[in-house]
Design a protein. Structure first.
Length: 548
């Protein structure tokens, strides 16, 4: 395919539909719109200001902000100036921010919408040039409106396809994040491939709320906007999320398992599980009920629904199919531009897989059942880490994903675990925790689950209850979890049967270091906190943490 950089696509859409609204940012419950032409003008003025302030082509500039229209403009401005963007998760703690800024050698930082800026302030060196993004959160030297008025638009630093566009730091589920170097060629290929695969057009609408510091949002949402010419809405705040989705009426909606589970819970809580099951069995009524549910979610116009970032229960996807919502599960990584495998066009018989390889993508199985991957969207290297780079690729250029998988005769891929997640119990045999977790997650009392067991007599499931289950009688929940644990253990080999289930007291989140910014569970953190405490659990016993 012929590749165009995002800046070339920006020029294209300005010529084709320059007065069409591109970015829609809610502020104080009012939409503030920017056309394609206005977006271009702001981006190039910003680039001129950065150059005037002494930044040079090739300098690294960080972005620390929740999603907003200014994030897109900043990204385009850094491209226009020949700078290299360093996106940082807006929920990152001070240690992570400090590490990324130092490791990347960033010369400046844009600071935008943040929930807890006071906890992050100490990580940002006073030696850095600091800019706001029209959302004042931390002290800066230059405000957004000052930058836009500082210089004439800069238009002399168009990047080449093989120039470095960005360094994306992985979310760090096992130690310090690594910086994946991404060229314009790799990003442009991935953005174009996703847009083509999903059939995106200029009439499409998306809503950007998953972190733009993560490759999935950067390609699937920002990228498809660049390469299809569609409209992008943003979320004002967490408590306005559902209303913002209803306003946007997205035609393409991407989410994570945790949010799809929350949507399901809210629907069941409103209607009741038994009543809903009955209504969905009545032919005419079921269609009306399903349409009403989709409308209440703001997703009645969605033609593509996506789910990624973490394993999702097949039972959840089957449940959504009952209400007319076919959710495409996909798999991708920072290192492959997020475009790798996906179940689209949707195949209900392939639920449980992560789909098959996309355009120009290749997969195969290597040693230890490791999934190997190749595409034009692969990253170039890990920044300042040649040893990790060398280890990441096979001799024939395939990327070692670290995921274990199987591939069926139609090329559909099923992820069975992580190479580094498999642990050896006291019995001396290896256990893959992911298959256990997938089966346990089918119990709707469970919101999150992590199976640990390195050196333990038996694997133990650590469970965070759903909000509804935490309000139910404990004995009722205990019985349900015990029945599920018995069912799961009955399907496993003897060395992989569960010793028990522990219901944890503290909810897992990014702030207490259990979840990454993309909501993946840090297994090693939970192993450190709980291994000694659960060593005595056996016989599928279900306990609450306070009962230990």
């Amino acid at each position: 395919m012929t590749l165009q950089t995002p800046l070339q696509m920006l020029d294209h859409w300005c010529a084709v539909q320059g007065d069409t609204v591109f970015l829609r940012q809610p502020r104080e419950r009012q939409l503030h719109d920017l056309t394609w032409a206005q977006t271009r003008e702001a981006a190039y003025r910003l680039a001129g200001a950065l150059r005037q302030l002494g930044l040079k082509r090739g300098d690294k500039v960080a972005i620390l902000s929740k999603n907003c229209a200014q994030w897109f403009i900043t990204d385009l401005a850094l491209q226009a100036g020949g700078f290299i963007s360093i996106p940082i998760y807006p929920t990152a703690n001070a240690d992570t921010i400090r590490y990324v800024l130092k490791h990347s050698e960033a010369k400046a930082i844009f600071i935008g919408k943040l929930d807890n800026p006071e906890l992050q302030a100490d990580a940002i060196s006073q030696d850095l040039l600091r800019f706001d993004m029209s959302f004042p959160t931390l002290p800066v030297q230059y405000q957004w409106h000052q930058l836009l008025e500082m210089s004439e638009p800069l238009d002399d630093a168009r990047p080449e396809l093989d120039d470095i566009m960005t360094i994306i730091y992985t979310s760090g589920s096992t130690g310090n994040p690594k910086g994946a170097v991404e060229t314009y060629r790799a990003y442009s290929w991935a953005g174009t491939a996703v847009s083509n695969h999903l059939g995106a057009t200029a009439q499409d609408r998306v809503i950007s709320y998953l972190p733009l510091a993560h490759i999935t949002e950067r390609v699937y949402i920002e990228g498809t906007a660049f390469y299809s010419g569609g409209t992008v809405y943003f979320v004002e705040a967490l408590d306005t999320f559902v209303d913002d989705v209803k306003v946007a009426q997205p035609t393409f909606f991407l989410s994570v398992p945790r949010l799809w589970t929350l949507f399901q819970k809210n629907i069941i809580d409103k209607v009741g599980a038994s009543k809903l099951d009955l209504l969905l069995k009545l032919p005419i009524i079921s269609a009306l009920v399903a349409r009403k549910i989709r409308t209440q979610l703001g997703l009645n116009a969605a033609k593509v629904l996506g789910c990624g970032s973490a394993p999702v229960s097949p039972a959840l996807l089957h449940w959504y199919r009952k209400i007319g919502m076919d959710i495409t599960e996909a798999w991708g990584m920072t290192e492959n531009g997020a475009y790798a495998t996906l179940n689209f066009p949707y195949r209900p018989d392939k639920v449980g897989t992560v789909g098959k390889p996309g355009t120009e993508c290749e997969v195969k199985i290597g040693d230890n059942q490791e999934l190997l991957f190749k595409s034009p969207g692969l990253f170039t290297e890990y920044y300042k880490n040649p040893e990790a780079t060398a280890e990441a690729f096979t001799e024939d250029g395939f990327f070692r994903t670290g995921d274990q998988a199987t591939i069926d005769d139609e090329q559909f891929v099923t992820i069975t675990g992580r190479v580094k997640d498999n642990f050896k119990t006291a019995k001396g045999k290896f256990v893959a925790p992911v298959p256990l977790e997938r089966k346990l997650a089918q119990n709707n009392h469970i919101e999150l689950v992590c199976v640990i067991g390195s050196g333990l007599p038996y694997p133990v499931a650590l469970v965070q209850l759903s909000e509804g289950a935490s309000l139910m009688p404990r004995d009722e929940v205990r019985q349900s979890l015990a029945e599920t644990a018995d069912m799961v253990s009955g399907q496993m080999e003897s060395h992989a049967t569960l010793g028990g289930v522990l219901v944890v007291a503290e909810p897992w989140d990014v702030e207490n270091e259990v979840l990454t910014p993309t909501l993946k569970i840090k297994r090693h953190v939970l192993e450190q906190r709980f291994s000694d405490r659960v060593a005595g659990l056996k016989g599928n016993k279900v306990m609450w943490e306070a009962e230990l």
